[in-house]
Design a protein around this ligand. Structure first.
Ligand code: B12
Ligand code: SF4
Ligand code: SF4
Length: 397
């Protein structure tokens, strides 16, 4: 995910007025203030990302970013924080849980091909604004304590390696599915950062705890996790439904099932999410019944309804055309019914070539394979969830 047009907070990097010995105390306060502001965890790292820079270069060289041009646009700024914001010495990383409470069970929705699956992070309001304003408040509290200092706040908004920085700050490890996981809280959280010129003491990086587990790799509907820690975004349903603006590759469409915005499968099966906590932010509560809406109902939204009902939501950024494109694919994957064919037919003359083409594909599926998806019910994993061998004493088993 990447947000465009973000407001950032600049102040000149300055000579900091407090004594070196006081930085440890300041770091403890930053943690406390961060918690008071609603972040579940705060950690501090230096800026070096050498190994990650090598991994990113290879990923880009192999074109695994697909059409996400912004991933290659900024050269080494992404892996060298002081090139992005001169004078940066430390990065304060924060995480905020987003899994909304009182939500229809994800497996039930994935198991009913007439319903639309929207990924957990997008069921409520967009997180960018909320987290940025909290980071600003954190910076204000630091300034109130020590006077003006140099900083800049980021939330998925600029060339920043958020997961690698958070890992280095002790917030978790990068799992084989490539999301950051925290041993006590799973992976349903967002990340944000304050770059700063304050020479705060750094935290120890988190250890890895995937062990021999491969559940995320095995479950991925499109086999996008091509090796542990290596994601080919071009195959990832999150990329296909959110980032890609053009036609969804034909061979991948049947594998999308009913996922119309993002995908959570690799996190749903991860044993560490047994320890995940529900979000306490009212802003992240599910809106407009998006956790269990029917495909037909969402496909019937007019453009005005789309913009009205997605106000303040991350979903709005994909636009109405991609919204219809995604739902058309899901309807093409749903079991044959007269109601679904009728719904698709209402858009067969749509002004957008992109929409028309996906609708035609879906109608053709219903014409030639009326039994599609009838037996494609998703099931939660069977049996006990097995933790990596190194964690066998944990309460997960
Ligand atoms: C581009 C992007 C995407 C792309 C690509 C994902 C990816 N893995 O890169 C797409 C659109 C697919 C995507 C999807 C999602 N995203 Co996204 N995305 C980003 C973004 C903007 C950049 C990520 C990045 O730097 N990728 C570059 C590649 C090279 O990094 P990487 O795959 O993580 O690889 C690292 C390691 O795996 C390792 N590595 C790589 N190769 C190798 C090889 C070997 C041998 C080894 C040992 C290691 C190794 O090093 C790499 C660098 O650290 C960040 C925000 C940010 N600015 O950081 C959000 C971010 C990562 N996304 C986020 C979320 C929530 C999601 C989704 C869950 C949304 C959804 N439900 O649909 C999915 C998850 C899909 C998945 N399995 O990763 C959150 C993750 C929070 C968390 N707990 O980790 C972030 C941090 C946004 C935020 N501020 O909260 N995303
Ligand atoms: S988000 Fe879905 S498609 Fe992407 S890697 Fe995870 S399971 Fe695979
Ligand atoms: S499912 Fe298993 S391998 Fe994948 S991230 Fe979770 S613990 Fe690691």
């Amino acid at each position: 995910m990447q947000a465009g047009g973000l407001r950032v907070h600049f102040r000149p990097m300055s000579d900091t007025p407090i004594a070196r010995a006081d930085y440890a105390q300041l770091a403890a306060r930053v943690r406390l203030w961060g918690r008071e502001l609603g972040f579940q965890q705060i950690g501090i790292s230096a800026t070096s990302l050498d190994t990650d820079e090598a991994h990113l270069s290879r990923w880009l060289a192999e074109n695994r970013h697909g059409e996400m041009d912004y991933m290659q646009r900024h050269g080494t700024k992404r892996t060298r924080p002081s090139e992005l914001h001169a004078g940066t010495l430390r990065v304060i990383s924060v995480r905020m849980d987003y899994d909304p409470p009182q939500t229809r069970n994800a497996w039930e929705v994935l198991g009913d091909p007439t319903l639309a699956y929207v990924s957990r992070y997008a069921l409520g309001r967009d997180y960018h604004k909320l987290m940025r304003s909290r980071l600003q408040k954190l910076a204000d509290r630091i300034a109130a304590e020590i006077g003006p200092f140099g900083y800049r706040a980021f939330v998925d908004s600029a060339p920043v390696m958020e997961k690698a920085l958070a890992r280095n700050a002790g917030l978790g490890w990068i799992g084989k599915h490539t999301n950051l996981i925290n041993k006590g809280s799973g992976s349903w959280f967002f990340l944000g950062e304050l770059f700063t010129d304050l020479p705060l003491p750094v935290d120890a990086p988190a250890d890895e705890h995937c062990g021999t587990c491969t559940r995320c790799i095995d479950v991925c509907p499109t086999q996008a996790i091509v090796a542990p820690n290596q994601l080919d975004a071009r195959r990832c349903i999150s990329y296909l439904t959110i980032e890609l603006r053009s036609s969804i590759p034909l061979e991948l469409r049947p594998l999308l099932g009913n996922r119309i915005y993002g995908c959570d499968d690799c996190q749903l099966v991860c044993p560490w999410n047994k320890f995940a906590r529900k979000s306490v932010e009212p802003d992240f509560a599910t809106r407009h019944g998006l956790d269990e809406a029917s495909l037909i109902e969402l496909f019937a939204w007019s453009e005005d309804e789309f913009f009205k009902r997605t106000e303040g939501s991350a979903i709005r950024r994909i636009g109405y055309e991609c919204w219809l494109r995604n739902i058309a694919v899901a309807l093409g994957n749903a079991p044959h019914s007269a109601a679904i064919v009728a719904a698709l037919s209402t858009r067969s003359e749509h002004a957008s070539e992109l929409v028309r083409e996906h609708v035609q594909w879906a109608l053709a599926r219903h014409a030639t394979h009326p039994a599609i998806a009838r037996d494609q019910k998703m099931q939660p994993p069977v049996g006990n969830i097995r933790l990596p061998a190194s964690e066998s004493n944990s309460s997960c088993d």
